[in-house]
Design a protein around this ligand. Structure first.
Ligand SMILES: [Zn+2]
Length: 265
């Protein structure tokens, strides 16, 4: 596992993940004392297909990608997990191995605990914890269906806008680190098509793109460019991400506060 733990998680870290934020006090203390706050880089492997799940990740501002490998070697994203949920979806369903590979898709922070620790929490029968996990699971399953429909029906341009919006909702920044190669894997599209779609979104002034960094410049414009699938997914994930009109305003304020000064200005 090419992941370097850096420190113990703090209470503030736990508050930033929808599942951990709902933990009762004694469980939160155990996660703080026994868990790790980790910085994930791209492409840190999270799970290998068919292998035992040993660690459970709760993203804070990292985004994880669940990927299926095709026989011709192509990799296609079949799901994503951000601060609305948890990496170990198979454990929620009673399995101990992952059918698909998982990677860190957008670098950032995550809280990690052992699968044994997570299993103990699952089997403790805390109804509130289970309700939050079930809400996440339902939103995740609905997202899988929406992704399948989207990939079969909508253009790369629309899907690219949808993907950027969903990722923008999960990271605490307007800048997303991502290469064209990765984005083409996420969208299950040819790299040339993704390059053309990103260029068109940049031409419209919705994003800027250079050296593996995509910056969201005009969110409303991006929403107009996306297919309907973004709004459907947002309806599912919005409550878990705490997205409301008010929190969106706060997020924009936070982002402008955290942004580095433009050297040109
Ligand atoms: Zn779509």
């Amino acid at each position: 596992m090419n992941v370097k733990p850096v420190t113990r998680p703090t209470e503030a870290d736990l508050k930033q993940n929808a599942v951990l934020a709902g933990l009762r006090c004694d469980w939160a203390t155990e996660v703080i004392e026994r868990g790790e706050a980790t910085i994930l880089a791209t492409p840190n492997p999270i799970y290998a297909a068919g292998c035992q799940i040993r660690e459970v990740y709760f993203p804070i501002d990292a985004v994880l990608s669940v990927v299926t490998q095709m026989r011709d070697g192509a990799s296609i994203e079949v799901g994503t997990v951000g601060r609305e949920g948890v990496s170990a979806i198979p454990l929620l369903l009673g399995a101990t191995t992952s059918a698909n590979e998982s990677y860190c898709q957008v670098p950032g922070r995550a809280v990690v605990i052992s699968s044994d620790h997570f299993q103990r929490m699952l089997s403790a029968g805390n109804e509130e914890f289970r309700i939050v996990l079930n809400r996440f699971l339902q939103a995740y399953v609905n997202m899988l269906g929406q992704l399948a429909a989207c990939n079969g029906r909508h253009s790369v341009y629309e899907r690219c806008a949808r993907w950027l919006l969903l990722t923008h909702d999960r990271v605490n920044s307007d800048t997303i680190s991502l290469t064209h190669e990765y984005l083409s894997m996420m969208l299950g599209a040819r790299r040339s098509g993704v390059t053309a779609a990103a260029a068109a979104l940049q031409c419209e002034g919705y994003i800027s793109y250079s050296h593996g960094q995509i910056k969201v410049l005009d969110r409303r414009g991006l929403e107009g460019a996306s297919c309907e699938c973004y709004a459907v997914s947002r309806e599912q994930f919005g409550p878990l991400l705490g997205i409301t009109e008010r929190s969106e305003k706060k997020q924009r304020e936070d982002r402008s506060y955290h942004q580095e000064p433009d050297p040109a200005s």
